[in-house]
Design a protein around this ligand. Structure first.
Ligand code: FPP
Length: 260
């Protein structure tokens, strides 16, 4: 029954829980430690509205900000966002350069809030090929936030999962050549320790927006037992409530890690 003076928000049916209720619901259950997100659909969001693709990326930044806040409010330990893949260099030059400056500026402008929230930013990916100014800007924010002890925000930037494995294998090969490690001693743990963020636990949940059923070279080693969730929502429309719904779905799943 409607209470006098209250009104159901127009954008959702009355029987669906809103953001605050969802937050309370998911907080009552064990949380995933690490959520990774493939933020897809910015271009389609813009094209559907007759806007240039970069307008979708600008809206995508707003969605990313909302999701970072929501993840921190929820109490996640780690949030990894796929911001720019090694394949993204194949996009038209003006889109790439706009994306570069947009990502750099947004990371920079978030610094005060990251500090206030005690969030540590880390950048995953190869430095090679990234314009020096962009890389320096991001590294500065990573450096400024390095002692923050709250949520870790990992930004995969100029990131490729296969590149990460190539880099790991090269590092291990160098150790073998130096006589520190015998080839037959190499274990999963050695490979895990040679990854870009060796201390970070594997993602428990990987969310991909915009309906594509692909992992697109993201965290290939780390997602061996990760729960996958694909939502048709385009990234600029993805909200805090959507993150909480994704976590609620995760909480309803049974993880078997290959067992029964
Ligand atoms: C996918 O949309 C998104 C990207 C290429 C990554 C860029 C992400 C943002 C700008 C979001 C903000 C992120 C941070 C960390 C501040 P798409 O262009 O692939 O969409 P499409 O598949 O519809 O073409």
């Amino acid at each position: 029954m409607a209470v006098k003076g209250t009104r159901a928000p127009v954008d959702r049916p009355v029987d669906q829980p809103g953001e605050a209720e969802l937050l309370e619901l998911v907080r009552a259950q064990p949380l995933p430690r690490h959520v990774a997100v493939i933020m897809d659909g910015n271009g389609r969001w813009a094209t559907q509205r007759g806007f240039p693709r970069v307008a979708g990326h600008r809206e995508g930044v707003k969605a990313a900000r909302a999701v970072v806040r929501a993840a921190d409010t929820l109490g996640l330990g780690y949030l990894t966002l796929y911001a720019f893949s090694t394949e993204n260099w194949n996009r038209p030059e003006d889109e790439v350069s706009t994306l570069m400056s947009l990502l750099e500026r947004s990371v920079h402008s978030e610094l005060p809030e990251l500090m206030a929230r005690n969030v540590r930013l880390r950048v995953l990916g190869r430095a090679n090929g990234v314009p020096a100014g962009v890389r320096r800007g991001m590294e500065r924010v990573a450096h400024e936030t390095r002692n923050n002890t709250g949520m870790q925000l990992l930004m995969a930037f100029n990131y490729g999962g296969r590149d990460e494995l190539v880099d790991a294998f090269r590092a291990l090969a160098a150790r073998v050549r130096a006589g520190e490690l015998a080839p037959e001693e190499i274990s999963e743990a050695h490979i895990g320790q040679a990854l870009y963020a060796a201390d970070v636990p594997d993602p428990d949940l990987l969310v991909r927006t915009s309906g594509e059923m692909r992992v697109s070279n993201f965290l290939l080693w780390q997602i061996a037992y990760t729960e996958l969730l694909v939502t048709p929502t385009l990234w600029p429309d993805f909200s805090a409530a959507d993150l909480y719904r994704a976590v609620a779905e995760f909480q309803g799943r049974t993880r078997r890690f290959g067992g029964v």
